[in-house]
Design a protein around this ligand. Structure first.
Ligand SMILES: *[C@@H]1O[C@H](CO)[C@@H](O)[C@H](O)[C@H]1NC(C)=O
Ligand SMILES: *[C@@H]1O[C@H](CO)[C@@H](O)[C@H](O)[C@H]1NC(C)=O
Ligand SMILES: *[C@@H]1O[C@H](CO)[C@@H](O)[C@H](O)[C@H]1NC(C)=O
Length: 213
């Protein structure tokens, strides 16, 4: 794969200068842990039937909730464009940045042809979830991404604080409720419907795992 951006070069260069030996060892074990690099899609679990069972897609630099075809588990074509958006298809990997302590990042393909990876991050000002290259993501919240104990639920900064916001009728964008106050005080979600949700990892079948790596 032409790793459009950064990920491959990032793998061998994670030796932060200021790391202690123990931390370094832990980081190396983490980097070598293939289970972190298993690829998955993300399904939405929500008390509200409206978006329960939808999936996470990427378009226009932002992360959205989108209906999926239950047979193929792929996004349905969008009624406005007639085209299906690109589904989140990603895995965990160390964010390459010597100026921050080791942080587990999250990447996703953003297109299949050419295959390209971007970082998933939370905008530090608006708390919208977005995707972008290292330059775009670096000043924002780029992790720590993790999974719940059962390895099913996606977490950011240790919890499943995700909220879908109906920005336009039927268009649900994903936010991170960093202050745990249901996005109070943020401009864009004001007056819009908000639904708390969790994001469940749906591991891709074996034959899809190495497709772009
Ligand atoms: C790799 O990750 C799995 C799943 O979290 C964990 O059970 C295992 O202990 C990890 N292995 C290493 C070497 O860190
Ligand atoms: C959400 O959908 C799942 C299947 O995707 C179903 O098992 C669950 O009961 C649904 N939950 C609600 C609250 O509708
Ligand atoms: C990152 O993305 C921005 C916006 O698309 C672009 O202007 C910039 O050249 C990209 N940087 C790198 C290093 O690819």
């Amino acid at each position: 794969m032409v790793l459009g951006l950064m990920v491959i070069t990032a793998i061998p260069t994670v030796t932060g200068i200021s790391l202690g030996v123990r931390e370094q060892k832990k980081q190396n074990a983490e980097m070598a842990n293939e289970s972190r690099m298993v690829k998955f899609n993300l399904e939405v679990y929500c008390e509200a039937p409206e978006i329960n069972g939808t999936m996470i897609v990427l378009r226009n630099d932002k992360v959205y909730v989108h209906p999926k075809n239950p047979t193929t588990n792929q996004p349905l074509p969008s009624p406005t464009t007639g085209r299906a958006p690109h589904p989140f298809t990603g895995f965990y990997i160390q964010y390459p940045d010597e100026e921050r302590s080791p942080t587990r990042g999250l990447v996703s393909t953003i297109s299949n042809d050419p295959p390209m990876l971007n970082w998933i991050y939370c905008d530090k000002d608006t708390h919208e979830l977005k995707y972008g290259n290292r330059t775009q993501s670096r000043e924002h919240i780029i992790g720590e991404w993790d999974w719940t104990k059962d390895e099913v639920g996606l977490t950011l900064e240790g919890w499943e604080g995700f909220v879908a916001v109906e920005e336009e009728p039927g268009q649900w964008a994903l936010y991170y409720d960093r202050n745990n106050d249901n996005l109070r005080g943020l401009a864009r979600p004001r007056g819009k419907r908000k639904l708390q949700c969790s994001l469940e990892r749906k591991i891709l079948p074996e034959e899809m795992q190495n497709k772009d790596k």
